[in-house]
Design a protein around this ligand. Structure first.
Ligand SMILES: Cc1ncc(COP(=O)(O)O)c(C=O)c1O
Length: 460
């Protein structure tokens, strides 16, 4: 946190200029950050053709809003960028509901699930199991049994124990389960520690450098009820360039060659995971998906040519890049508190229970006054939630109009991924609804929880 000058708490001291750039237009709805079609009409923001004031009047506050056309467009862009020779598994952990599963399916994507709950949601939506891949570093026997029984296309093996467990489950079911082995390639993705997943010191996958990955490959190949079809590598999330993927591809293709040389097996598939970043604020400059797709393919082709290997069928697993920018959280302002010229705290009716990312990863978000326009002076604000926690911050630093008042609506951009899916009931706060908007119509995808829902779990 920025230190304030000595005496600032007691004297009338003007704080130094804040490093956050002050936008020329506080109400600007930047298309690089906000969902497709987001605009101001008569001063108020519209999402999917719906006025945010009407959305809150109808569905209550706070609310997650997801712009269907935005999600669909991003699916299409991925399909067009990667082409038919790459499988695109949408990573359900970013956000999944039955409707979203159907949008993904309509747009020709496959689905990556990481738990039995995500699998059940996908199946309840009618998502074909043969287009589902299952992840997880500690899948329970029940989860793997459900996956095998449903007929999921691939299970990504993450540990030694799992090889034996899954082999047993597949054998008992009388099937041969296709699997990938998750490899930890030792790449430090330039992202937050908790969302970087391929450096050596973490819980996922089999280490390449220690030989554990090769050993896992041998064990899977020796299991008659498992069919090893390829390798998997996921280097992290919110990544803006292909440098990390380049090193990962180099190492994982090296392992493909080593497997061929040592065991005589040429594996036909390579899954490079997800991880492409999005713009949360105007400081972020995400790479163009078509350019990334071109570069990834070129890297894999070059590495395969060097190792004299056929180019495997590629798969990718985007989550955030599909749903992140499509989502906006709407909050009502409850209090506005000026803290002795340091900053203004704006409290909203949600917080870390509906968006834990700021507290967990120190993520940056931006927001605007969405229910009206204002030509008041800018004030440096911190948007905080209603929870009993000093770290309950929604937007750490943002310029908002100084006439902001209780009852105003704030819209926080790019909350479509890892917000509702990571939401909690901290302080017994019911989770907000997810409202889909399209062509001026709003539809509830997930209803708002009530205190009665929470009490129903409490058996006294
Ligand atoms: C194995 C795997 N695949 C895909 C993803 C999706 O990543 P992102 O949402 O950053 O694209 C994750 C995210 O944690 C992951 O662990």
């Amino acid at each position: 946190m920025r230190a304030h000058p000595a005496g600032a708490l007691h004297g009338d001291v003007t704080p130094p200029p804040h490093p956050l750039r002050q936008p020329a237009d506080l109400g600007f709805v930047d298309p690089a950050i906000w969902p497709i079609g987001a605009e101001r009409v008569g001063g108020a923001m519209q999402l999917g053709g719906c006025d945010v004031r009407d959305l809150l009047a109808k569905h209550g506050s706070p609310a997650y809003v997801v712009v269907e056309d935005d999600v669909r467009t991003r699916c299409r862009n991925y399909k067009a960028a990667f082409g038919e020779d790459t499988d695109i598994y949408y990573a359900a952990k970013a956000f999944l509901s039955k409707a979203v599963a159907r949008w993904i399916l309509d747009e020709g994507l496959s689905l990556d699930v990481a738990t039995g709950g995500e699998l059940a949601t996908a199946l309840a939506a009618g998502f074909p199991a043969e287009r589902i891949l299952m992840h997880g570093n500690n899948k329970s026997s029940e989860e793997m049994t459900a996956a095998v029984a449903a007929g999921v296309s691939r299970v990504v093996i993450d540990s030694e124990h799992e090889i034996a467990r899954l082999a047993h489950i597949a054998e008992a079911a009388g099937v041969v389960q296709k699997v990938l082995v998750r490899v930890t390639v030792g790449v430090e993705a330039h992202t937050h520690e908790f969302i970087a997943t391929a450096h050596e010191d973490q819980k996922f996958g089999f280490s390449l450098s220690s030989g554990a990955a090769m050993e896992a490959v041998r064990r899977v190949i020796a299991s008659p009820s498992l069919e090893l079809v390829g390798l998997h590598s996921h280097i992290g999330s919110q990544i803006f360039d292909t440098a990390g993927f380049e090193v990962a591809a180099h190492r994982v293709v090296g392992l493909l060659a080593a497997i061929r040389d040592a065991i005589g097996v040429t594996l036909p598939e390579l899954d490079l995971g997800g991880g492409l970043g999005i713009a949360y604020t105007d400081e972020d400059d995400p790479a163009d998906v078509a350019e990334v797709a071109k570069q990834l393919r070129a890297i894999v082709e070059r590495e395969c040519a060097a190792a004299d290997l056929p180019v495997p069928r590629l798969a990718v697993e985007p989550g955030r890049a599909i749903v992140g920018p499509a989502g906006v959280t709407l909050y009502e302002v409850g209090t506005v508190k000026d803290v002795d010229h340091i900053r203004t705290y704006v409290s909203v009716d949600g917080g870390m229970s509906d968006n834990i990312r700021t507290a967990l990863y120190d993520s940056a978000y931006t927001c605007v006054l969405a229910s009206r326009e204002s030509d008041a002076e800018p004030m440096l604000a911190r948007v905080v939630g209603k929870h009993c926690e000093a770290g309950d911050i929604v937007v750490r630093d943002v310029w908002l109009p100084a006439d902001l008042a209780p009852g105003d609506v704030l819209a926080v951009a790019a909350t479509g991924a890892y917000c509702r899916s990571m939401a909690s009931n901290y302080n017994a706060v019911p989770r907000p609804p997810v409202i889909a908007v399209k062509g001026g119509t709003s539809t509830v995808l997930l209803r708002r929880e009530s205190v009665d829902d929470l009490l129903a779990l409490d058996l006294g």
